[in-house]
Design a protein around this ligand. Structure first.
Ligand code: UDP
Length: 253
């Protein structure tokens, strides 16, 4: 896999290194501007990852995932844990750019620019439902397609063919990290029309109301993770990644 060539006139992105992972210090509007420039650049897939502490901890034990993260166009700071870590490292990130918010802004930008959007992943029916919601908010939006499918190898080529036939420009993949990110990485050269592909985790579950985000005041206090733990207590083992992450950052200073 070759590294993407730099995007002409792309806004220069500063970044912060957290546990050997480059986190780009961008705001939501800079992310959308970066995507706009990528859409005008030469045809190749630019991959964007939405990084949170669980994601960082998984990468520590997975060299292939770690490598993938060095080849991406943007690694977005999705998750308050990354912002806390950046302060601990005295290189503060300016903003969180949650995938669950990016998808709404991106659907709007796709409608405005005429980019065709494909939603891949999540449980059966969720992507189609999310597409209908985006279309209701943005009547000009062209949905190239939706498909749940699975990240399994056996389905890989058929899904790539489906996306290529749909002539999608922007692809959102909701298979959870790192499966979604590895899916995009291994198919970057096979996707013939897609310019920007983003792993979005459970974002479509939030769009459709299958999962609910914390109230805004809880989000502002940086306690969204606690809200998720209360609603989905079976995640407790996975969420131990957060304290492990903070400790690892402290020891890495
Ligand atoms: N998912 C999927 N296929 C899989 C694994 C996960 O479609 O094999 C979907 C799942 O339905 C959810 C999304 O991936 O919509 C994200 O899952 P999870 O909540 O585990 O990811 P996170 O948001 O924590 O990254």
């Amino acid at each position: 896999m070759t590294l993407p060539t730099p995007i002409p006139k792309a806004p220069k992105v500063m970044s912060v290194n957290i546990l050997d992972i480059r986190i780009d210090n961008v705001t939501m509007s800079e992310t959308l501007d970066w995507i706009s420039v990528a859409m005008q650049a030469d045809p190749q897939v630019r991959q964007i990852c939405t990084v949170n502490p669980e994601f960082v901890m998984k990468a520590q034990d997975d060299p292939a995932f770690m490598h993938l993260l060095t080849t991406t166009g943007l690694n977005l700071p999705d998750g308050i844990g990354l912002v806390i870590a950046s302060y601990l490292l005295r290189k503060p990130l300016r903003a969180r750019v949650p995938g669950s918010e990016l998808v709404y802004h991106l659907a709007e930008r796709c409608a405005k620019e005429g980019w065709r959007l494909f939603l891949l992943g999540a449980e059966e029916g969720i992507a189609a439902q999310a597409a209908a919601i985006f279309q209701q908010k943005n009547p000009m939006l062209q949905v190239a397609g939706t498909y749940a499918g699975s990240p399994a190898e056996s389905e890989n080529d058929a899904i790539v063919e489906m996306i290529n036939a749909s002539r999608a420009d922007v692809l959102l993949v909701a298979y959870g990290a790192p499966k979604q990110d590895k899916w995009i990485f291994r198919n970057r050269e096979a996707l013939s029309t897609v310019r920007v592909a983003i792993g979005i985790g459970g974002s479509l579950d939030f769009v459709t109301g299958k999962a609910t985000r914390a109230p805004v005041w809880v989000q502002k206090l940086g306690l969204e993770w606690l809200h998720r733990l209360i609603l989905e207590p079976w995640r407790w083992r996975r969420m131990l990644a957060l304290p492990r992450f903070i400790l690892a950052v402290i020891f890495s200073r």
